[in-house]
Write a protein that binds this ligand. Sequence first.
Ligand SMILES: Cc1cc2nc3c(=O)[nH]c(=O)nc-3n(C[C@H](O)[C@H](O)[C@H](O)COP(=O)(O)OP(=O)(O)OC[C@H]3O[C@@H](n4cnc5c(N)ncnc54)[C@H](O)[C@@H]3O)c2cc1C
Length: 367
Amino acid sequence: MSDEHPRPAITVAVVGGSLAGLSAALLLDRLGLAVQLYSRGAAHSEVARHAGLGVDPQVLTALAGEPAERLPQLNLRERQVLYRGRHQRDPVHLPVTTHALLHDYIAALLPAQRRAPPIEVTSARLREESSGVELQLASGERPSFDLVVGADGADSRLRAIVVGAPAPGEPAGYLQARGWIAESALPEPLRQLFFEPLRLSVAPHARQHFTAFPVPGAGADLTPGQRRLSWSWFFRADPDAPAPVDLHDRLARACDDWPDPVLEVISCTLAHGQAQAREIYELAAPRLVRGGLVLLGDAAHQISPLSGSAPRTTLIDALLLAHYLAEATPADLPGALAQFESRRLPTARALVEQGRSMAWGLRPRGL
Ligand SMILES: Cc1cc2nc3c(=O)[nH]c(=O)nc-3n(C[C@H](O)[C@H](O)[C@H](O)COP(=O)(O)OP(=O)(O)OC[C@H]3O[C@@H](n4cnc5c(N)ncnc54)[C@H](O)[C@@H]3O)c2cc1C
């Protein structure tokens, strides 16, 4: 399209201001679309925000438009499998960061004027009288857009409109306890086991699973001694146990299963760090698009955190949406969104299924 006859800008509302929403807003803004991001703001716990994530440098470079060197990250050099009495080690190259640092890195790339002040989106309506979507905001306003990107997370309100019926995630039958502890709070032999060299540690077991790796510390500090160890412990849900889960009690019951370093790290964290358990849900939305409404990230799919692929999948959702909208005018939107859906839906389903199969030993029978 020439400068003399610029293409009409597609107006876009992005609902959700976390990894999916920020990434979509950033990429669509770069394409020259008229983007406004609506989010009610941070809702995640401190434990979750500082949990560790793997970084895919290629995906992040594509998103940021530059090598993501300003993202504070650590490079894991070894993968060790912890067995009782022995460890098996192999070299890896695995950059890692935390959810909060990745979030803040992407947020800093998005021009501030693209973000509305924090607000709840209460609903959306596909306009019948003309194409486009009307949003309903908690303020009572009802702005309309050519395109609404539903990046409103696992409890998405917009999903029900796309699917045509309530479509909540299904309990997967197991829980993830997450925790982190300051490197300096670990006894020296444990610190060495997890930090020298920087290692991804894994303890597999038929009915439980444990992973741990170093992440940047408070204030994104990468200095040895100031970093943190982030871990996840997956275990089967116990319908008879009182809620919320008592991690001390679960740990006492896990004693026979785990190698000593795993027990020590979890119990050190319960004493000196932060930990929290949550139930895991799975979901692959049966469709991603209806009219001018499209779902991304956890609104579209909830992938087992055992696979570690959810954050990367979310960023790729945004990259693909931007790919199909790169040349689009408002008139091209239906075709571009249909192409996005037919490319993304089978992959999202396969990733959810892959996560499910990785967790087979964690599920109660029959799930
Ligand atoms: C804190 C955290 C830690 C994680 N750690 C891991 C991990 O260790 N390993 C792993 O594999 N995966 C992890 N995940 C999951 C993975 O990162 C997600 O799959 C991915 O971040 C998808 O993010 P999202 O933007 O789709 O959803 P979310 O991060 O849930 O964001 C949803 C956004 O929508 C906003 N919102 C929701 N409803 C409304 C509304 N009605 N109106 C306005 N705004 C609304 C929320 O405020 C939020 O900003 C983590 C997720 C979080 C949030």
